[in-house]
Design a binder for this molecule. Structure first.
Ligand code: COA
Length: 388
């Protein structure tokens, strides 16, 4: 029996900002954003979407009624939680009509939460092969108007169904991890924006990649040639490229890994940072856009969550993986996105639930998504299924 990712769903909002427009507004050369940082567009999240609705929108497209019945665990990785106590997972479970005979909870370690969920899900299924686990990874990346981090914002959700004998990626059950108390990126309770030292964070990310990759190769007697591709956590696409460059050479296999990296970054360059979901959007991009990968190929995955936790693990592409299906999953979400001007984006960025409390109702006329946030009444978030 193998265990791994059986289905992947993706969602982001229907608004985006073009990075050339942003560069012009901030007095930067567009090539700094497009080439130097490697971002082309970024999702802009309206107040009618939060991590609950984005995750529900991502999951509803992949789950059948039978999946909803079989799921016995819902794990939500996020660093954009919507309540200090109650988990976002419970809301999604309820919105989607997933069996109430399930464990449902949220986990946090910056951008690492999705991977913690995947590993916990895999362990659970190994013990209980009939189980299916829904792992959700959703976030809204905010650094602030006019900050250096602004070009690396974004948002969206990944939903993954893990099961025995998966159709997409069978995990090898081989991983190595590294954690240290580091202040490269964090978000105090009172702030909607992260505090980040981006250059320091990039260096730590590269160090953690090198450490976990070296440990993995030693522990499992593997080397670079054993990987047909490596997918990275991509807060901005240049970050993964910098890490990959530290382990490749001039040989043909290294050039192939660079080619696969190009496939793996394509979607992230159009959506921006998803924090917990970024590695898995990159995996989706790799599987959808690679022209060479085939069933049986081993993929390495590097996960990083500031603060900081790193993990390198691997999986093998399953027979049932269809690149066209992966591409459709993404294209259908971003096909009709509306391009915002910089001033429209700045206005939307300032909108949202007042941090001081109070009732609020959002204008939802322009949000065509199935699940939306209507607002807040008597300190309770109000969600709506627009199909229901
Ligand atoms: N054409 C092409 N490239 C250009 C350029 C131009 N005109 N101008 C600058 N560049 C390149 C720089 O050489 C640099 O490339 P390098 O990193 O390969 O050396 C890159 O663009 C970025 O320039 P830099 O001056 O370093 O940008 P910055 O100081 O504005 O900061 C980040 C960039 C990424 C550090 C910043 O956006 C940030 O902090 N983002 C948040 C990162 C994050 O989320 N970290 C935590 C999560 S893990």
């Amino acid at each position: 029996m193998t265990v791994g990712i059986d289905k992947i769903g993706f969602f982001t909002s229907n608004y985006y900002l073009d990075m050339t427009d942003l560069a012009n507004a901030r007095g930067e050369d567009p090539n700094k954003y497009l080439i130097g940082i490697g971002q082309q567009q970024q999702a802009v999240i309206p107040p009618t979407q939060d991590v609950v609705t984005m995750a529900a929108n991502a999951a509803e497209k992949i789950l059948t009624e039978s999946d909803k019945h079989d799921i016995d665990m819902v794990i939500f990785g996020t660093e954009t939680g919507i309540d200090n106590s109650k988990s976002a997972a419970i809301y999604v479970q309820s919105l989607l009509g997933i069996s109430s005979r399930a464990r449902s909870f949220e986990i946090k370690q910056a951008c690492y939460g999705g991977t913690a969920g995947v590993q916990m899900a895999a362990d659970h299924i190994a013990m209980h092969p009939e189980s299916k686990v829904l792992v959700l990874a959703a976030d809204i990346a905010r650094y602030g108007i006019g900050t250096p981090g602004e070009v690396t914002q974004g948002g969206g959700a990944i939903a993954m169904l893990l099961s025995a004998n998966p159709s997409i990626l069978a995990l090898d059950n081989q991983s190595t991890f590294h954690s240290e108390n580091i202040m490269d990126f964090w978000r105090p309770f009172y702030k909607r924006e992260a505090i980040v030292d981006g250059h320091y964070s990039t260096n730590i990310y590269i160090d953690f990649f090198n450490q976990t990759f070296k440990d993995y190769c030693q522990k499992y007697h593997r080397n670079l040639n054993d990987f047909a591709a490596i997918a990275y956590h991509l807060p901005f696409t240049k970050m993964g490229l910098k890490a990959l460059r530290t382990v490749i050479t001039e040989d043909a296999h290294s050039q192939q890994l660079l080619k696969e990296f190009d496939a793996s970054k394509r979607y992230n360059a159009l959506v921006g940072n998803l924090y917990t979901g970024s590695l898995y959007l990159s995996l989706l991009s790799l599987l959808a856009n690679s022209t060479d990968l085939k069933a049986g190929d081993r993929i390495g995955l590097f996960s990083y969550g500031s603060g900081a936790q790193g993990e390198f693990y691997s999986g093998t592409i399953s027979d049932g993986m269809h690149a066209d299906k992966m591409a459709d999953e993404f294209e259908s979400v971003i096909a009709d996105r509306v391009r915002l001007s910089v001033s429209e984006y700045e206005k939307m960025y300032a909108d949202g639930l007042p941090t001081t409390g109070g009732d609020v109702t959002f204008d939802s006329a322009n949000d065509p998504s199935r699940f939306i946030v209507l607002g807040r009444q008597a300190d309770q978030l109000v969600y709506k299924d627009q199909k229901g």
